[in-house]
Design a protein around this ligand. Sequence first.
Ligand code: LZ1
Length: 468
Amino acid sequence: MTKSFPTQSSLTLATFWMTVATLRRVTTSCLSQQFSQVYGPVFTVYFGMKPVVVLHGYEAVKEALIDHGDEFSGRGIFPLTERTSKGLGIIFSNGNRWKETRRFALMTLRNFGMGKRTIEERVQEEARCLVEELRKTKASSCDPTFILGCAPCNVICSIIFQNRFDYKDEIFLALMERFNKNFKMQSSLWIQLCNHFPVLIDYLPGIHNKLFENIARTKRYTLEKIKEHQESLDVNNPRDFIDCFLIKMEQEKHNSQSEFTMENLVSTVTDLFVAGTETTSTTLRYGLLLLLKHPEVTAKVQAEIDRVIGKHRSPCMQDRSHMPYTDAVVHEIQRYIDLVPHNVPRAVTCDIKFRNYLIPKGTTILTSLTSVLHDNKEFPNPEKFDPGHFLDESGNFKKSNFFMPFSTGKRMCVGEGLARMELFLFLTSILQNFNLKSLIDPKKLNATSNSGGFISLPPLYKICFIPV
Ligand code: LZ1
């Protein structure tokens, strides 16, 4: 028999718990673990009035996102994101616009997609500046959040606007401040309630108005920069992402159906900031906490850096293939921290029969990445930070199909290559130049995450960067 949506009794219970979870800010990944034990790998929960199908465990996630890649390639849109994105850009778009904008961004973000200066050079430049900035802390105990937030944001600036900014630049600081505020607002209880009960958006003015205003301001700034780019554009020498997009617009100017429009450019640029700033900076901050807590791991990475790179040149991506231990550590950081526990919401693009359930077109789908990254057969002792999860007996890097912090399938992260480049180059540059020191006993450091709503956050901590 074909069932429509997973069992009725689970619905009521799950609805109740979802509301409690929202109010008490219990992490939904922990809840989804408990539900899956009772209801199996496919079940429905209600966000407010809206049914959301949750997929739990590698088999169900893989079957949906890979084997039924097309059907599960839609984006689940919440009421507030609908207002802010208007279906433009990459993250919240669907259909042909999503396909074309995604393909363009993937091509452009390849290492040689933007003319003379490669992405790698831009990240290396930022890594050098990051090291200099950390040097200025003079080995004093500090919260690394601000500095580690600047570097990924600046990489996006370099890719989009051609140039990085000084960490004290007023324009840069204002830009970062707006992104940070938006991120905090979007994780707030109030915004989550607005998403569950959208009538609140129209009838109660709240902080979401501040959110809309911030987004509008950032878009105005982007539009100004685009105008500057238009005036100095040389179609044979694209300097950055904006130039590449403008050239694409020019090529398609006779196509009235073209997806390459000014408003899509502004939204796509905004999406690259949204996706590329908070995520990478949180991973770096959490990663350094784990390295601080596990000095024996850090020492092995530093030994490998010494052996492969030495002290007198900057790390580059080619080094990674000679550094299996460091590669395993970066993978383990991403696996352990489980940055986006239930993935970015998907939607099914058509009615689909999945494991005997009928899921109607447009239904929002959450996939538990936690259940894959913390699978206890693939990664024994999944709650333990152990680079051995990605090493074989001889110390070679060992791949795993369960490694999907960037999701998988047709909607997998467009910034994967960039993010992995930043994590490798920033972390190796830091460990090449500094020893990490904690004022409290490393063993006593707390490394369990707080849910920041959409992404997992590390607890606050302090760290000293001691020049080697
Ligand atoms: C994303 C991120 C955040 C929100 C939506 C999509 N991709 C980070 N990477």
